[in-house]
Design a protein around this ligand. Structure first.
Ligand code: ADP
Ligand code: NA
Length: 325
């Protein structure tokens, strides 16, 4: 029987959204039944773009609480904060020294974010994927449940592992991305870009109240596509979301209505809003319970940090030794 070690991360850069849940978190929850799993709140990644330091602590707390509320189990999985395990940045430096600059400059996400934050592109943004490779390889993880936007970064991680192994001897596995059906959820207000924490207007937040969810779904873009062609991106996105959240008979009903041209988008949106409200409500209830219990986050992170540091320090010692340091 083959086994795996799983690593994945989430940025405390804003409210966790349904794209994070359907694209990544749901897979995390199911993988923890089978494999040792590391789930990291990647605060060092979140500070590569402008942010408010006063908001960061609560965002980290919410990331822990929402993930636990959605089913991550701190007794089975190692849940921790990146900046509490100093080996991440140390390994990132070592990896920087074996990563070609040109490869980082060609990363799609770097180019996108550099365009978005043109006035403030820092070296951290460029080196982000190297830190991500360190995050994963520090635990010798080989399975990385992520959304589609991260696939290129996982490929870079493989390259770094391969380069390290060939320069210094076999040390790291070559990790693979593990994609969910919801690996690419688009923004509701602009289906040409992905749902993202940085654009909450187009995102269904995991902590959004029902009326906010209903309003966001109601105003979702449903432009008809080019005549006779396939579904427009906006409609396709609503169907993707419906398929991942609504009962099969509801999905079948709207698929049939789309095919025979009788579909009414008001009704589709109503059904989708119902399904999304039903999806997040129990998670929100659990979030409130967990938040009301003092010390929850501190306990989870203290235990997770300790378990992570133990493995991280062993792997880093091996790396330093191989590199002659
Ligand atoms: P964001 O880009 O919203 O800040 P993160 O970078 O913290 O999210 O990503 C956390 C996880 O959620 C990653 O595995 C990422 O690939 C996944 N993810 C983010 N946005 C989406 C989306 N719109 N659809 C599917 N998965 C997504
Ligand atoms: Na992302």
């Amino acid at each position: 029987m083959s086994t795996h070690t799983v690593f994945s991360g989430i940025q405390p850069s804003g409210g966790i959204h349904v794209g994070n849940l359907l694209g990544a978190l749901r897979n995390w929850v199911s993988l923890q039944d089978q494999y040792p799993c590391y789930f990291c709140i990647v605060d060092y990644h979140a500070i590569t773009v402008p942010y408010d330091p006063r908001e960061l602590p609560q965002r980290v707390r919410d990331a822990v609480l929402v993930n636990v509320a959605a089913g991550l189990d701190p007794n089975r999985s190692v849940i921790f904060v990146q900046s509490q395990v100093p080996q991440h940045t140390e390994l990132a430096w070592l990896f920087n020294c074996i990563t070609p600059l040109g490869q980082l400059q060609r990363m799609t996400q770097f180019k996108d974010k550099a365009r978005q934050h043109a006035e403030a592109v820092n070296a951290g943004l460029l080196n982000y994927p190297v830190l991500q490779a360190a995050d994963i390889l520090l635990y010798k993880a080989d399975l990385v449940p992520v959304g589609e936007d991260q696939v290129q970064h996982i490929e870079l991680t493989r390259d770094i592992a391969r380069r390290f192994n060939s320069l210094f001897g076999p040390t790291f596995p070559e990790p693979e991305a593990y994609l969910a059906k919801g690996a690419r959820i688009m923004a509701l207000d602009d289906p040409t870009r992905k749902m993202s924490k940085s654009e909450p207007r187009g995102a269904i937040g995991m902590l959004d109240p029902p009326e906010v969810i209903r309003e966001k779904v109601r105003s979702a873009v449903t432009d008809p596509g080019p005549a006779g062609a396939e579904m427009s991106p906006g409609v396709l996105n609503l169907f993707t979301l419906l398929e991942l959240t609504a009962p099969a008979d509801v999905v079948a009903h709207f698929r049939a209505a789309y095919s025979d041209g009788t579909i009414r988008y008001v009704e589709l949106k109503q059904a989708l809003a119902d399904a999304l409200v039903e999806l997040v409500t129990p998670i929100q209830e659990r979030y409130r319970e967990l938040s009301a219990r003092p010390g929850t986050v501190e306990e989870v992170l203290a235990a997770g940090g300790e378990r992570a540091r133990k493995v991280a320090s062993q792997v880093l010692a091996e790396v330093r030794d191989r590199m002659g340091l």
